[in-house]
Write a protein that binds this ligand. Structure first.
Ligand code: HEC
Ligand code: HEC
Ligand code: HEC
Ligand code: HEC
Ligand code: HEC
Length: 170
């Protein structure tokens, strides 16, 4: 191989990596009902806890079930948004079948990690510190933002919180 082919092979490799990074960056994520955080949190001002009801009290934040959607997506409510009424129908079907919505999990730590929302929310850590713009995005990205062992460690170190392996691992 001469210098030039080595160079172009490297260039192609870099290109391939860039393309795959871009492809991952653009990946969107299917949920059983296409949900829109921006609409509910930013435009309608519904707070996170209204739908993620156990975030202050439990380890897990909780994903909403039909009863929470029915609170607003009810027959007879006037809305100019056709999607609003589509959701009313979809939700009614779930309700009739007494079925829960099976949301796909985006944030999902391996089982050897110990994590609690209650402890972090209680200490005043904001949702955005760990979830970035998830709560304000129009479509779920399918990629957990900001969560890795490094990001946990960074914040713990900055705030003088335990970084012993066994604090976070079992
Ligand atoms: C506090 C009231 C409220 C709750 C609770 C609520 N919604 Fe909505 N939702 C609305 C309103 C109002 C609209 C229409 C807003 C508009 O377009 O002006 C809407 C719109 C939508 C849309 C269309 C979004 C778009 O991009 O046009 C979807 C999908 C949706 N809701 C799903 C859900 C699901 C699923 C739940 C339960 C997890 C839920 N909503 C809970 C009030 C609510
Ligand atoms: C009207 C209800 C509603 C409100 C308000 C709401 N969410 Fe959600 N959230 C959902 C639903 C439904 C899902 C599952 C669908 C999806 O991923 O978009 C979800 C998913 C999530 C997820 C991904 C969970 C996982 O691992 O799958 C995070 C993180 C999240 N919400 C954070 C927030 C934050 C932060 C706020 C406030 C800024 C917020 N949400 C406000 C309904 C809501
Ligand atoms: C210190 C970081 C951190 C903060 C702050 C945080 N989360 Fe999370 N969240 C996580 C991690 C890590 C997971 C994955 C947990 C797992 O797999 O056990 C998660 C998972 C979730 C999930 C999906 C799984 C579940 O627990 O039901 C939702 C919904 C969620 N968070 C919402 C919120 C909301 C709303 C807030 C703010 C009120 C918030 N989170 C604050 C780190 C955080
Ligand atoms: C933005 C800052 C921040 C991030 C990011 C963060 N933490 Fe924390 N964590 C805290 C704070 C503050 C406390 C202390 C709460 C207290 O003691 O009141 C804490 C406490 C804890 C505790 C309890 C420690 C004890 O002494 O019992 C565990 C376990 C923990 N965090 C795990 C994690 C994991 C796992 C992650 C990453 C997924 C993470 N944390 C990310 C700020 C953070
Ligand atoms: C503040 C919380 C925290 C502390 C302290 C911590 N870890 Fe982790 N660790 C995590 C989280 C969160 C993950 C999962 C990351 C993911 O899934 O992306 C992880 C993953 C791992 C993994 C699996 C490999 C990987 O990258 O997924 C190993 C091995 C590991 N940690 C070892 C350690 C050791 C050894 C220590 C002590 C020096 C330690 N951890 C301290 C939070 C922590």
């Amino acid at each position: 191989m001469n210098k030039q082919t080595v160079f172009s092979a490297a260039a192609i490799l870099i290109l391939v990596i860039c393309i795959s990074v871009l492809a991952v960056g653009k990946r969107s994520f299917d949920q059983p009902i296409e949900f829109n955080h921006y609409k509910h949190f930013v435009e309608l001002d519904v707070e996170c806890q209204f739908c993620h009801q156990t975030v202050e009290a439990n380890d897990v934040a909780g994903l909403p079930n039909v009863e929470i959607c029915i609170f607003c997506h009810e027959e007879g409510v006037v809305s100019e948004n056709p999607r609003f009424h589509e959701v009313v129908q979809i939700i009614r079907e779930y309700s009739r079948r007494q079925e829960k919505i099976k949301w796909n999990r985006i944030y999902d730590l391996p089982s050897h990690v110990i994590f609690s929302h209650r402890i972090h929310i209680g200490a005043g850590v904001e949702c955005e510190s760990c979830h970035g713009i998830t709560g304000k995005s129009k479509r779920p990205s399918g990629q957990p933002e900001l969560i890795s062992m490094d990001s946990c460690m960074d914040c713990h170190r900055r705030n003088n919180i335990e970084t012993d392996c066994l604090v976070c691992h079992k």
